[in-house]
Write a protein that binds this ligand. Structure first.
Ligand code: BTN
Length: 256
């Protein structure tokens, strides 16, 4: 059961930095199963089995940021829909802090990819499970391309170093640690969804553009009409039909 009041002040978060781990997400889930109370960040210099969305591997050589945040019972399930947007706002803010001014646009692609010049520079993987004691563990895994980017990917990719950011993973993480606490406090276990949605919309790219949304079993095409109050993507499939979508991979016509 989520408690009321502010549960996300900066001092409540802990951080453990590892040199090498299979996956920081897996490590957080293991800590949760072992009884960790949450608000635990785990970072690693290198991952040997980094995971991306849809079962893809996430190449994890030293030089990029690999960070996962474990939350326990972050909100009541009906209020969880806007959490991916809150995470995007927090990561965007951290990346903004290390990029020189000017340059190509730093934007968010629904729900929480961070793009520079429409190329992906950061991936976010949310994984959750119900623990044996009934608590719900949620892990927010964040990988930011700083020095490296994958040689091949099903979308355009970039890295911060190509945009004038001369930053270490530790320095970027220090910003992320602060921005995530600030944004989660504003998200307020889902009660701050309207404010988070407002901030997310200011950062979003592609509203009004033609998109393809890949679902596990099919692809949908239409116009990106924005997000609803709960954070669902609104796809205008024509003839006045607006389809709300909770999860999927978005591809812009001009990007991919
Ligand atoms: C994506 O496919 O876009 C999501 C990639 C998420 C990668 C990060 S790196 C830190 C954390 N640990 C993992 O194994 N994956 C996430």
């Amino acid at each position: 059961m989520a408690a009321s009041g502010s549960r996300f002040s900066l001092d409540d978060f802990r951080h453990e930095a590892l040199s090498e781990v299979g996956s920081t997400n897996s490590e957080c889930l293991a800590r949760a199963r072992a009884g960790d109370p949450g608000k635990l960040w785990i970072t690693a210099t290198r991952q040997t089995s980094g995971r991306g969305r849809r079962g893809r591997a996430w190449t994890s050589e030293p030089g990029n940021l690999y960070a996962s945040l474990l939350l326990i019972d972050p909100a009541e399930p009906p209020l969880m829909g806007s959490l991916p947007l809150a995470i995007a706002v927090a990561v965007h803010s951290a990346v903004r802090a290390v990029l020189p001014p000017g340059g190509e646009p730093l934007e968010v692609k629904w729900p929480n990819d961070i793009l520079i010049g429409r190329k992906k520079t950061c991936g976010i993987l949310l994984e959750g499970e119900r623990l044996a004691d009934g608590r719900r563990a949620l892990v927010i895994g964040i990988g930011v391309n700083i020095l490296h980017k994958p040689d091949s990917a099903p979308y355009a990719v970039t890295r911060l170093a190509d945009h004038g950011a001369n930053v270490s993973p530790e320095e970027l993480f220090a910003h992320l640690f602060r921005t995530m606490a600030e944004v989660l406090e504003s998200w307020d276990e889902g009660r701050g969804t309207a404010e988070i949605s407002r901030r997310w919309r200011e950062l979003a790219c592609g509203v009004g553009e033609k998109i393809t949304v890949n679902l596990p079993d099919r692809s949908l095409e239409g116009t990106f009409a924005g997000i609803d109050e709960g954070g669902l993507l609104l796809l205008d499939t024509g003839f006045g039909r607006i389809m709300p979508i909770a999860a999927g991979d978005v591809f812009f016509a001009r990007m991919d």
